[in-house]
Design a protein around this ligand. Sequence first.
Ligand SMILES: [Zn+2]
Length: 514
Amino acid sequence: MSFALTWLPEVLLGAGLKVAEQPGWRDRGRAQMGKVEGVMCHFTNGPAQGNMPTLRVLIEGRSDLPGPLSQLGLGRDGTFYVIAAGKCNHAGIGEWQGITTGNTSFIGIEAENTGSEPWPDVQMDAYRRGVAAILNFAELPASRCCGHREYAKPKGRKDDPDFDMDDFRGQVDAIMAGRGVVRAIIPKRDETGRPTQRRGSVGFLVRQIQVQLGEVADGLFGPATEAAVRRYQRASDLVPDGIVGPKTWAALDRDALAARREAPSADLQTLLTIAGQSQIARYDWNNRGRAPLGYVKGVAIMFARLHARLASGDPIAKAIASKAGTPAKDALGWYADVFRSVGMVNEIDGPDTLRHVFVLLLGLGMRESSGRFCEGRDRSANNTKAETAEAGVFQTSFDLIGADPLLSTIFTAYRRMPPQLKSVFAEGVRPKPDELQNFGDGDGRDFQELCKNSPAFAVELAALGLRRQRKHWGPINTLAAEVRPEADALFRDIADAIDRNPDLRSAVLNGRSP
Ligand SMILES: [Zn+2]
């Protein structure tokens, strides 16, 4: 049988809101609701990524609390997800205006928010209008809308939502009375006449956005592009609504200009040409064949950056370029015999040792991922936790970070930047959709995404990781990662080019890197 609140979608649609009915919602509930006496506002305290990442939890519940956890979810883009028509576990013990039967009497709305991020206008506007529509339908005053934190007892048991509820009720009241303030709608075009781009947009402007954000440039503004726009907005201190309007266009323009200024393409091209024409680019790796061109080029650019940074005294570069240490921790120490057999010496700090780290790194990436920047977790293992799921060209996982505070420094720095070198690494590689999946949530999940989305991060992290915790990598432990003289020759050529040409050196240094 279906439960009583089957009117929810119609009432919300009638208020001009976006509605997504979830399969089975009419029959979902702990029991029948009592008479509706009000609406209770919550936030999910959920993950930062996505429009409504908590949806499944709201439907299914948690280990300590069976679902459904609310009748409605409210996504960051203002869509109402209709979850249940019956009673839900959202209120707990408390009181609002003499009513103590929270779950029986209040409709719960869980709005997606981490609890510490700004609320997108589009979401808050929908929140107010949705509550107003429900209260109007139930013939209740705006005072019957409460925040979970206002209802919950003992006081302080709940802190959601974090916005001013009196102000919220005032605006709900105004909407109910027909004098609501209509939200400032994102303009259809920016000052230069460029149309606002959002989910469903197609064409060359979408492609331009995708290229700049390092996404697959198919010209279709779908969920992946929207997610990339949100990430970018968050990193740029913009409201993460996933819509490219005038403010986001302006930020993208500013960054594109900065990127052009920072990495003169002619100089970068010199290095890419050296890498593309190198012997190692044609080398036939054991059981792997040739490397994707983008892999050789991308690692070469990263070597160039670290080589230039080493000369400037950069602490991360210095740590990577330090002489071989204990075999238990340091891959160079562990690989001492192999290096010796090909005449590469790692007994002193400096550029030679740095080069040899990159030689080993190049061999490691071929073993781990065949040089594919987008490689997801190892499906033959059972590493589905955020901390242990492998990601990216060197198949690193978040638990590596603890081996040195500088590894966290690298993570934090790249997290703040737009994707680095993805377009370079993408040459000759076609990502598969399931590779882009990440596991778990929080920092560990973000780490996986960053490894694949910002291959420069994966390189720098692995370069230092090799020096601190070589046991992180099976092919290092078994000496299966190849050490090739042709790779050393490539990095020598790159170093020579930079050392001979101060313009090239400063261009490399000014490329975005910590
Ligand atoms: Zn709550």
